[in-house]
Design a protein around this ligand. Structure first.
Ligand code: GRF
Length: 219
């Protein structure tokens, strides 16, 4: 059975598209994107999902308390039998209700080397701080903002002539690369968590026939 991914986004959706491309190309094997949800009418990511024939829905958040809204989103994710929730530029905090409903099964991509520069405009924060390296982080989502266990990171140098735009573009290319890698690792269960540390178990997934033979021979 294919693992089912649910995507939450607020804006342009380039990370969603990178994941969709990876699923289509087999870089994230045995998976499908079951649903894309946004709280924002007119989020370009929703149109991009529909253009790919993916079920994409806007669930407006206006006027709703955080948990009341999240209950609606969780209900749709459950109705679609989602195994893994990927936040892809989702500009809302999740309620404890949401985190509990998908505990250990929610990932986020953040454009900094966490724990540096959490929150908004991380690329600008890194530049203005005078950091020499920036980057991105894929992490599990828990009740704390941008602070769940880190799965993968990638660093990029900050150049003297960088602007927020040039730095953001360099980071974004790495976001697209490591988000797919992290989703694959998590869907394949190739990790264990030791306190705050996510230990990646092996880079080489065992092909199906080898795994079956090993089971047969009690290896
Ligand atoms: C990305 O930089 C992501 O790291 C951050 O929001 C941005 C979303 O971009 N959380 P996109 O919508 O995926 O293009």
């Amino acid at each position: 059975m294919k693992k089912r991914i649910g995507i939450l986004l607020s804006g342009r959706g380039s990370n969603f598209e990178a994941l969709a491309d990876s699923v289509a190309a087999g870089r994230i094997p045995n998976a499908e994107i079951a649903i894309v949800i946004s709280h924002r009418e007119g989020a370009p990511g929703i149109d991009r999902a529909r253009a790919r024939g993916i079920d994409a829905r806007v669930i407006p958040s206006k006027g709703l308390e955080r948990e009341a809204y999240d209950r609606q989103v969780v209900a749709v994710l459950q109705e679609k039998n989602v195994d893994l929730v990927c936040l892809a530029g989702y500009l809302r905090l999740l309620s404890p209700y949401f985190v509990q409903a998908f505990r250990g099964r929610i990932l986020n991509i953040h454009p900094s080397l966490l724990p540096a520069f959490p929150g908004l405009e991380s690329q600008r924060q890194a530049l203005e701080h005078g950091a020499k390296f920036a980057g991105c982080t894929v992490h599990f989502v828990d009740e704390t903002l941008d602070a769940g266990p880190i799965i993968l990171q990638s660093a990029v140098p900050i150049r003297d002539d960088d602007t927020v735009d040039s730095l953001s573009a360099r980071i974004l290319a790495e976001e697209h690369r490591i988000y797919s890698q992290a989703v694959r690792i998590v869907l394949e269960g190739r990790y264990r968590i030791d306190g705050r540390r996510v230990i990646i178990l092996s880079d080489a997934p065992i092909p199906n026939n080898v795994a079956k033979n090993a089971a047969k021979n009690h290896v």
